[in-house]
Design a binder for this molecule. Structure first.
Ligand SMILES: NC(=O)c1ccc[n+]([C@@H]2O[C@H](COP(=O)([O-])OP(=O)(O)OC[C@H]3O[C@@H](n4cnc5c(N)ncnc54)[C@H](O)[C@@H]3O)[C@@H](O)[C@H]2O)c1
Length: 365
């Protein structure tokens, strides 16, 4: 069954709906015919995709509020009676987690516990998907792709907070979700994503595009760090497939899943910047690849040099596999930012076109 046949008319709550992934997820769910409910704070960036695509117009109901406020969250969940919940709200930045470890842990761990409790108390919720990250694994820079069964860890506070969220979810499932009729719970671990509309600080592609749009030099913090890159729609499609499998009671779905690209999509940060700069064309300035030039507080902090995911479980259990080659993912991303740099008033329509293009690729794959 196509995702649109399943999601049409379903009541879906997205936490973090005002963020980068949350906005794309809202657009995708609306295209699939779902009723979308959103609970989130607004991202700190001055530019927000959520506002550029007038995201609030797409929601059946939304609350701009904190996931650490249990009463407010519980009230919103009870009122919106979602059938499926996707929990994306988080403090998602490694550098910010060094600067504010308390908020990072409060949001990512306590906030997740609140979402678990609020959903458990709401009988309409059948499916809860908690979004963590590929950084939740204990990483010794060995270069081996991580499997879901690998030990969890986290050098920095962001990564360890997400590892804690993983342990919390597994423990919550073991402790409270045995009885028939209780909701089904899974966690989703994806890697770095690219796509138009990300305006977060200290992320490679947004930093690169901001510099190019000003005609400035692009500085790369760790040009040799390798990451698996994928378009934001790839993990979102995976999350929705997982959410559906949970809703349908597929037993193997109630566990942890990696959503990552194929090995040929692993590039160094420097290679990504070179590709974006070429696609952007002639307007950009020089590309200066030097460690430690991106901002005064960036080079001080440890970042893993190697990170990649084994995506076999998602293929085998859910039938999810990457559909967009990296070259095309980069082209879509640069096309979106170009439209933004030209002050396009049709960014919502452009985003929907890109989603339709992606869904077509999924069908072909
Ligand atoms: N973007 C990536 O490359 C990436 C990679 C791996 C995992 N993730 C995960 O995906 C999820 C979404 O990330 P994103 O890139 O869209 O980040 P984002 O910062 O754009 O969006 C996060 C949203 O959560 C909201 N939020 C933060 N604290 C909150 C709180 N206490 N209560 C309610 N809302 C709060 C923010 O205001 C924002 O709207 C996060 O869980 C993140 O850890 C992202």
């Amino acid at each position: 069954m196509a995702l649109s046949d399943f999601f049409a008319g379903k009541r879906v709550l997205v936490t973090g709906h005002a963020g980068f992934k949350g906005t794309w997820l809202t657009l995708l769910l609306k295209l699939l015919g779902a009723e979308v409910y959103g609970y989130s704070l607004l991202p700190a960036s001055s530019e927000r995709m959520y506002e550029l695509v007038r995201g609030h117009e797409l929601l059946s109901s939304e609350l701009i509020a904190d996931v650490t406020d249990l009463h407010s969250l519980q009230r919103f969940v009870t009122q919106s009676k979602p059938q499926l919940v996707l929990h994306l709200a988080a403090q998602p930045l490694v550098i910010e987690s060094y600067l504010d470890p308390l908020t990072t842990y409060r949001t990512n761990v306590l906030g997740t516990l609140n979402v678990l409790a609020a959903c458990q108390a709401c009988p309409s919720v059948q499916s809860l998907t908690v979004i963590t990250t590929d950084k939740c694994y204990e990483n010794h820079d060995e270069g081996r792709p991580f499997k879901e069964t690998d030990p969890l860890g986290g050098y920095d506070m962001y990564s360890s907070s997400k590892a804690c969220a993983e342990i919390l979810c597994a423990s919550f499932r073991n402790s409270f979700l045995h009885e028939p009729g209780t909701m089904h719970l899974a966690t989703a671990r994806a890697g770095n994503v690219i796509g138009g509309g990300d305006f977060a600080a200290n992320r490679l592609v947004p930093d690169c595009v901001r510099a190019l749009s000003r005609g400035a030099s692009v500085m790369v913090r760790n040009p040799h760090a390798t990451r698996p890159w994928q378009h934001v729609l790839e993990p979102l499609y995976g999350y929705l497939t997982l959410a559906r499998a949970l809703y349908e009671g597929q037993e193997a779905a109630a566990s942890a899943f990696n959503f990552g690209p194929n090995p040929d999509s692993v590039l160094t940060a420097g290679e990504v910047v070179a590709a974006v700069t070429t696609l952007w064309g002639s307007t950009g300035g020089d590309t200066a690849q030097s460690e430690g030039q991106l901002g005064s507080n960036s080079a001080r902090f440890h970042e893993a040099a190697l990170l990649s995911l084994d995506n076999r479980k998602a293929r085998e259990v859910l039938g999810v596999k990457p559909a967009l080659p990296l070259k095309e993912a980069l082209e879509l991303t640069v096309a979106w930012y170009r439209a933004w740099a030209q002050h396009s008033s049709t960014l919502r329509e452009l985003s929907w076109q890109q989603i339709e293009h992606y869904l077509q690729k999924v069908e072909e794959a």
